[in-house]
Write a protein that binds this ligand. Structure first.
Ligand code: AMP
Length: 292
């Protein structure tokens, strides 16, 4: 463990799981709760909002910064993923120096075997991100399970931006009888509507401005879904992106929020959500909106 001095207060930063676990054991009381925010770093306001929620609801908050190799299906995406640990430490310490940071090496987490466990998420893993990123959710399940075992949190905070991931983590917790309470948190956006993402750091200013189209289209889809079928809304979205040559639409899907299965015929009793993935200059951006 090392401690940094910021404004005369000390922030605990751990590189090794044993030291983190010892520390958590030493501060935990029978009544105290641990809130946990797993991240891959390159922190932005979206991540910080998750930390704020955890700080408000728990005696202790643990944040992890770890770029998890097993969830990347594309080696270029992994190698180019922004890694900004020093800036991340500054942002966390400016938010609250009581946050406990776990920023391990790949070795500390994987102990020489960089492999995913195989999971069955009752089909949630076969839709959208799962279709376009083979193996991604086995990697997510592997790292989240391992981090939960290390941190043993009471509450864990995940962004709705990665809504499929949020549902998959909830499923994993249920299927493995884990005690952690998984909470979904609202999406933070740039002023033009572009969902905040660590990958946005790789976009030019022009691309960030153009990125407003993604959320604008999601809002258009929400409006159209009131009076049109999922199929016709999907066709409309595909046309919008056909006209726009700087973005490649990977998928747009309207799905049941619980099963994530595509909406074939609207059912008033179900909650639906639109999901989108677009590629700009080899950078993959995702977003989602609740439809009803
Ligand atoms: P990441 O570092 O991208 O793995 O994200 C870590 C956590 O932050 C995940 O639970 C994400 O869903 C969440 N997150 C990422 N971007 C946002 C955002 N714009 N608003 C809210 N949460 C977010």
């Amino acid at each position: 463990m090392f401690a940094l001095n910021f404004n005369k207060t000390t922030m605990h930063i751990f590189k090794e799981k044993e030291a983190l676990m010892d520390h958590l054991k030493s501060i935990k009381t029978p009544d105290s709760t641990i809130g946990f925010v797993p991240t891959m770093g390159a922190l932005h306001q979206g991540h910080l909002s998750l930390m704020q929620q955890s700080l408000a609801e728990n005696e202790n908050t643990v944040v992890s910064v770890f770029v998890n190799p097993t969830q990347f299906n594309n080696p270029e995406d992994l190698s180019k993923y922004p890694r900004t640990l020093e800036a991340d430490i500054t942002k966390i310490s400016e938010l609250n120096t009581e946050i406990i940071l776990y920023a391990p090496s790949v070795e500390d987490v994987y102990e020489g075997k960089i492999l995913s466990q195989e999971f069955d998420f009752d089909g949630l893993e076969n839709q959208m991100e799962g279709k376009f990123r083979p193996g991604h959710f086995n990697g997510v399940g592997t790292i989240v399970k391992r981090l939960f075992e290390i941190v043993n949190p009471t509450n864990a905070y995940f962004g709705e931006k990665d809504f499929q991931q949020l549902q998959i983590v909830k499923k994993m917790v249920k299927k493995n009888n884990m005690t952690v309470n998984v909470q979904g948190c609202a999406i933070y956006r740039e002023s033009n509507g572009l969902a905040m993402s660590s990958r946005n750091e790789r976009l030019s200013e022009q691309q960030k401005m153009d990125g407003a189209l993604i959320y604008k289209t999601l809002n258009g889809a929400k409006e159209k879904f009131k009076t049109n079928s999922a199929k016709s809304v999907t066709e409309w979205v595909e046309k919008v992106f056909e006209k726009n040559t700087s973005f490649e639409l990977e998928y747009f899907q309207i799905a049941d929020e619980t099963t994530l299965l595509p909406c074939l015929r609207k059912n008033k009793t179900k909650k639906y959500r639109a999901f989108i993935a677009v590629i700009v200059n080899n950078i993959r951006l995702i977003d989602t909106i609740s439809l009803n």
